[in-house]
Write a protein that binds this ligand. Structure first.
Ligand code: ADP
Ligand code: MG
Length: 332
């Protein structure tokens, strides 16, 4: 337990911090016992399975030094919710683990937890507990483990795609990559919407039943469209063809492509979009597109899963840019 200095000269220790800032995040769920127990009791609907996933955000790796506490909080929770969404699971709760390299002041904690509280309400989740530590480093680290439920046997895996399935992208991508680009260049200008998309992802929560019903396989686009689609193909033991000409972009991305602010390969190899990619049988293609549009999304069919022997094929006007690059979609 460490001592933290609060704004008005009041001493705040680990326990008063938990009580003041983290207990409200439990949304009064009885199983969390106001964070007074060593662990939380989490109920899941009968006949369901628990789906668990973790994502860590480290300062200077996943977010910039000095990023706002609201942005860090929302991104940390939302990237986790996106993993549940791609599994076809409904979110329940999350564990919040924070390693502080600094003494957090009240203002920081109030902003961070205020943003989480809002997102708890938006997505119908609660914080089931966590861990608060100090770290002898100069960067902040936030790790969230999210828990969700899915009817037994209905989880959507990466390995379930079938030969002949079409690849559907739930909504245009590229805004996050553009947002990061203009942010790094210090020229947000006309692209503030894209910067917001980069900072605050929109996880596709609420699509669970549609995915369970129609998707053979799914992933969220966190590492980049080509990389994440390839993961589905590989896990399913298939090849894949993606037609870059089938991609539809937002007005901002179209404008940025036109004036060279972003290159086509940066869009399909850039990450942080958190849209979903789904493998769907040809017979369910139209109904799935219809269902996604009902959720105000602008989905598109961008490719097809093929025999493994055909490998990964990127076609379309700018495909040479990706196929010619030795690095391709590798991040390291
Ligand atoms: P222990 O000493 O057993 O590790 P802690 O003092 O770490 O327990 O935690 C006490 C309670 O506070 C636990 O219920 C834990 O889940 C909760 N807690 C600690 N840190 C956080 C956090 N960052 N967010 C939410 N809950 C937290
Ligand atoms: Mg602990």
């Amino acid at each position: 337990m460490g001592l933290f200095t609060m704004g008005m000269g009041i001493k705040m220790n680990e326990f008063s911090m938990i009580e003041r800032y983290f207990v409200p995040l439990t949304m009064g769920q009885a199983g969390t016992a106001g964070l007074q127990d060593d662990g939380a009791v989490v109920s899941i609907p009968s006949g369901h399975e628990l789906v668990v996933s973790s994502d860590t955000l480290n300062e200077r790796v996943h977010f910039m030094m000095g990023a706002s506490p609201e942005h860090i909080a929302r991104k940390a929770l939302r990237v986790n919710l996106s993993d549940l969404a791609s599994m076809g699971a409904s979110p329940i709760c999350y564990q919040l683990n924070i390693a502080f390299p600094f003494k957090p002041d009240e203002e920081w904690l109030a902003s961070f937890c205020g943003a989480l509280l809002e997102d708890n309400q938006r997505y119908g989740v609660y914080c089931s507990g966590g861990d608060t530590t100090s770290i002898k480093a100069d960067t902040l680290s936030i790790s969230i483990t999210v828990m969700g439920s899915v009817p037994r046997g209905q989880a959507v895996r990466r390995g379930g795609a079938k030969e002949g399935d079409v690849l559907i992208l739930t909504n245009p991508i590229g805004d996050a990559a553009l947002g990061l680009q203009v942010l790094l260049a210090g020229s947000e200008g006309d692209y503030v919407d894209s910067v917001e998309r980069y900072f605050v992802p929109q996880p596709r929560v609420g699509m669970e039943t549609i995915l369970q019903k129609y998707a053979h396989a799914a992933a969220d686009v966190s590492d980049g469209l080509i990389a994440d689609s390839s993961h589905i193909a590989k896990a399913s033991g298939l090849g894949m063809r993606i037609d870059l000409n089938a991609l539809v972009f937002s007005k901002s991305v179209v404008s940025a492509l036109g004036n060279g602010r972003i290159k086509p390969e940066e869009i399909v190899c850039g990450g942080d979009d958190y849209e979903l990619i789904l493998a769907v049988s040809a017979v369910n293609r139209e109904i799935l597109l219809y269902e996604l549009k009902k959720h105000k999304l602008n989905p598109m069919v961008i490719g097809e899963f093929t025999d493994k022997a055909l490998g990964i094929n990127i076609i379309g006007d700018n495909a040479y840019r990706i196929n010619d690059s030795t690095q391709g979609w590798q991040h390291f």
